[in-house]
Design a protein around this ligand. Structure first.
Ligand SMILES: [Zn+2]
Length: 908
């Protein structure tokens, strides 16, 4: 393809080095797979030839973006390692392994001198991250010579297939091309990338695409990406549950890159992140300024060379801080992303776009075309051109990026010394409801990279009463922004548009751990020691006596203790009681002394108390439930993945089964069945997806070894049918417990499994992923064991469902015996309610009236069993630890949920 003449003047530097021999075959193939001249420019329409360094064409026999070609991680790594072997400008480094043990790597590219002596550059940049140990003169010296690190992440979202391909060609180009343009990038920036941030999902996706090619275009959906979650692998910043998050954060801490750039695919043709706001309230304004400068640069450079459909603003807001790129935004660097236009499958397809994508807007003066033949190569061109423009801008402003990084760190420290808040104090675990949860949160904060100190003496001022040994997060540390974003309340602006993601996540609320914000500066002078390693709650001996009591702290480990000793007879107290000098919560476990119990408790950081006689309190057997965790094939089981993660991580055993299995499995092997949120509604669970075409199995085979694992089926399309519904109903009526959460609580209601509960359609409520105030409505319910009777329980709620209960058991002509029977057999018990006032604890909540006072957790009697409906999401993204025990309580008391069932109020 020939370039239009005017374009030649725009990238003059390329011409100045026209003497380098080009790989003509490669260039011809680029033109062949690009569907329109406007999708090309002279940054990426060619590739230089090299005698020593293999190009993708040399290595694979096809160019990047060739029709029908996607590579497995192993092949991508093979090529990149061959590149590193051949070029002194390229290095490959292992950064860890995925849950399924696939390797994760990063590639580092710069001029040969920089690569040969990389460690001093890294150390210098690292020093800028902490201005407390650096004079301004030293900082200036480092800034004058430092090269910024620009870190790209590709292949995080597995169905977005183009970026792991694109970075291979980018790497070759950066290593080999001798144009002034590329040389200026190579000499002034250290470019790094991770080619497959979700390697498990990448390999599955390549299998799915190959399966589709072999089966006339029909294939299973990419049901599983990573071992646990799909799209949410991008939103793990508050819980840091996934290996990829931990590996990439380790890498961030190792290098301290100035820019992180995540490559996504969704909207046409290239959206560059800036967002519409409201921006996160704690973010440094320099970061916002950098977002805009980089975005405008990309938009204007690509628009100048005639590429349509490159735009910024809109699409995302910049509030939620859990995205992978916020790793950088929260740590004085800059995090940004692209959305390019991907086909997912590497074929070429006609794509028709609606007005929403093609209308001219103030933020999109040069919109995408209404109809276009779109290819993987087009996607590659856009992505690579944008990245090159960003790298060039970073190269041209290298000192500014490095200086900004240091400035942000310096300002954070300075602010922490001179303006409130000055610190957060997390009182010692001995003062907390959840002692293990407290140390868990402290450890999480340290894993995020925050400095946490421990006080040498008691701290007291206003609301703060903390014993010696309490934890202090000083805000005069470089990651002040990170500390504030995690610890403080999110004040989502009143009246702002609802975003598509969470708005409130305050860690002390979601973990139900007390933390006190200190707004006066004396705290910085308190005696304290920096914590160097993870902490664990201290436990002491149980004392003498045959009977042991373990307080129900609602810690995860409390439930785990019961499961670890599942063969031991234990009883659960049915109310709060006093023994010796201690008060124990309802649900506390009472059992006979044994060495294994004492050892297990101490291993889990739990304090048991011994008594000579059995405590005098009503109690029942605490039988740990046999749990079935249900996922769906008819829609991606992402929330089920988070639940599975929580069960695995805590250590509670379960069986993983699908909606299809409900129709064929003997359900009497379970006591509790859990259906986490799914996008499938009741209809879809019954009839499945479209049965047109051939069965689409999700199981490994020799041809497609990566499909399957986790769970498998011979046909993902099939639903549970009425057979499944009937068995589920028999399971519950026979004494089983069925638990649902969030929008999926509509399923048992729509299925007619429950009576007297409906879901209210709200008109004006706006609650997007917020932390709201719930309270115990029935303190005798075993589900509320361990929770404060008169305090708040912050809970995650997002928009729906709002339950409505009909507790009318009849009028004056209804005989009392009939009312009693109706009450006992049909009327649900409200365990937790949304607060009647001051509902919002963190995040967005507009027009809360429709939610105030509504049931948050319902226990619906069905035959001999129960359906437990959560309006809230007690297990979500490894960030709702304070609510986990509502579920664990169901598991430990599943056959005693009738305890303390409320009496019907008799009319006068
Ligand atoms: Zn994406």
């Amino acid at each position: 393809m020939r370039l239009l003449l005017p374009l030649l003047f725009l990238f003059v530097p390329v011409l100045a080095n026209a003497q380098q021999t080009m790989d003509e075959a490669y260039g011809e193939k680029i033109a062949e797979f690009t569907t329109d001249e406007r999708f090309l420019n002279d940054l990426i329409d060619h590739l230089p030839a090299s005698d020593t360094v293999p190009s993708p064409l040399d290595y694979f026999g096809t160019i990047i973006g060739a029709e029908g070609i996607l590579h497995y991680t192993e092949d991508i790594y093979g090529y990149l390692r061959a590149l590193a072997d051949a070029s002194p400008r390229v290095m490959v480094r292992n950064i860890g392994y995925s849950e399924e043990d696939r390797e994760m790597i990063e590639v580092i590219i710069a001029d040969e001198a920089t690569i040969a002596d990389l460690e001093p550059s890294r150390v210098a940049l690292n020093r800028l991250a902490d201005p407390r140990s650096l004079s301004e003169d030293e900082a200036s010296d480092i800034i004058a010579s430092a090269k910024p690190i620009y870190y790209l992440t590709a292949g995080l979202h597995s169905s977005e297939t183009g970026s792991p391909e694109m970075v291979m060609e980018l790497a070759y180009r950066l290593a080999v091309e001798e144009s002034d343009y590329i040389r200026s990038i190579r000499d002034n920036v250290i470019t790094m990338f991770t080619p497959a941030a979700e390697p498990d999902g990448r390999d599955r996706m390549v299998d799915v695409h190959r399966y589709s090619d072999d089966h006339n275009g029909q294939a299973p959906n990419l049901t599983y990406w990573g071992k646990y979650v799909a799209h949410d692998n991008n939103r793990d910043g508050y819980g840091m549950a996934l290996n990829l998050t931990r590996n990439l954060l380790d890498s961030f801490h190792h290098w301290k890159p100035q820019v992180m750039h995540d490559l996504h695919e969704s909207v046409p043709y290239l959206y560059v992140s800036t967002g519409l706001g409201p921006y996160n309230e704690w973010i440094d304004p320099i970061t916002v300024d950098e977002w805009h400068n980089l975005a405008y640069e990309d938009v204007s450079e690509l628009t100048r060379v005639g590429m349509p459909g490159v735009w910024t603003h809109a699409f995302y807001n910049g509030w939620a801080a859990n995205y992978l790129i916020w790793m950088a935004n929260l740590r004085n660097s800059n995090g940004r992303f692209y959305e390019t236009f991907g086909n997912s499958h590497p074929g070429t397809f006609e794509r028709k776009l609606g007005k929403r994508s093609t209308a001219t807007q103030w933020y999109r003066p040069n919109p995408p075309l209404e109809t276009v033949m779109w290819s993987l190569r087009n996607n590659t061109n856009y992505m690579q051109s944008g990245v090159l423009a960003s790298l060039k801008y970073t190269a041209d402003n290298a000192h500014q990026f490095v200086e900004n990084f240091w400035l942000k760190s310096s300002r954070a420290v300075e602010k922490g010394r001179t303006e409130a808040p000055y610190a957060w104090v997390i009182p010692h675990e001995s003062q907390q409801d959840r002692p293990v949860g407290t140390t868990f949160m402290v450890n999480l904060l340290m894993d995020m990279g925050l400095e946490v100190h421990q006080s040498e003496s008691a701290l007291s001022e206003g609301d703060l009463e903390a014993v010696a040994g309490s934890y202090i997060v000083r805000l005069d540390q470089p990651y002040r922004t990170l500390a504030q974003v995690m610890m403080d309340r999110q004040n989502f602006p009143e009246g702002a548009n609802a975003p598509y993601d969470d708005t409130g996540w305050t860690l002390p609320l979601s973990h139900r751990v007390d933390a006190v914000r200190v707004d006066s500066s004396w705290i910085l002078d308190a005696d304290m020691t920096l914590l160097e390693a993870h902490v664990a709650p201290a436990t002491s001996g149980a004392g003498r006596g045959k009977w042991l009591v373990l307080n129900n702290t609602t810690d995860d480990n409390f439930a785990l203790f019961r499961y670890r000793l599942s063969g031991t007879q234990m009883e659960a107290a049915e109310s709060e009681f006093e023994a010796g000098e201690d008060t124990f919560h309802a649900g506390s476990l009472i059992f006979e002394r044994s060495d294994s119990a004492l050892e297990t408790a101490s291993e889990l950081g739990l304090q048991v108390q011994a008594f000579r006689s059995k405590p005098d309190v009503a109690m029942h057997n605490a039988d740990p439930a046999r749990v079935g965790l249900i996922h769906t094939w008819t829609s991606r089981p992402q929330d089920a993945g988070w639940w599975r993660f929580a069960f695995d991580e805590v250590g509670i055993p379960y069986t993983y089964l699908s909606e299809q299995d409900l129709a064929t499995t003997d359900l009497s092997q379970f006591d509790v069945l859990i259906l986490p949120r799914t996008r499938s509604d009741f209809k879809t669970l019954v009839h499945g997806n479209s049965m047109v075409g051939e069965p689409t199995p999700w199981e490994p085979s020799e041809e497609y070894p990566h499909i399957g694992h986790i769970d498998q089926t011979d046909d993902t399309r099939r639903g549970m049918g009425y057979g499944g519904v009937t068995r589920l109903q028999a399971f519950v009526e026979g004494g089983g417990v069925f638990l649902t959460s969030g929008p999926s609580s509509a399923i048992p209601i729509d299925a007619g499994l429950t009576r007297r509960v409906s879901i209210r359609q709200t008109r004006s409520l706006q609650a997007r992923g917020s932390l709201v105030r719930t309270q115990v409505a029935d303190s005798l319910s075993p589900i509320a064991y361990g929770y404060p009777h008169d305090g708040d329980i912050p809970a995650y709620f997002s928009q729906s469902p709002v339950f409505s209960v009909n507790s009318n058991v009849g009028g004056y002509r209804t005989p009392d015996w009939q009312k009693d029977l109706a009450w006992e057999t049909e009327v649900p018990r409200t365990v937790l309610s949304f607060a009647k006032s001051n509902l919002n604890m963190s995040g967005m909540l507009q027009n809360p009236g429709e939610l105030q006072g509504a049931p948050a957790v319902l226990d619906v009697p069905v035959g001999d069993g129960h359906v437990i409906l959560f309006a809230t999401r007690p297990v979500r993204r490894w960030n709702t630890h304070g609510n986990h025990a509502l579920v664990w309580n169901v598991l430990l008391n599943w056959n005693d949920l009738r305890v303390g069932w409320p009496e019907r109020k008799k009319e006068d």
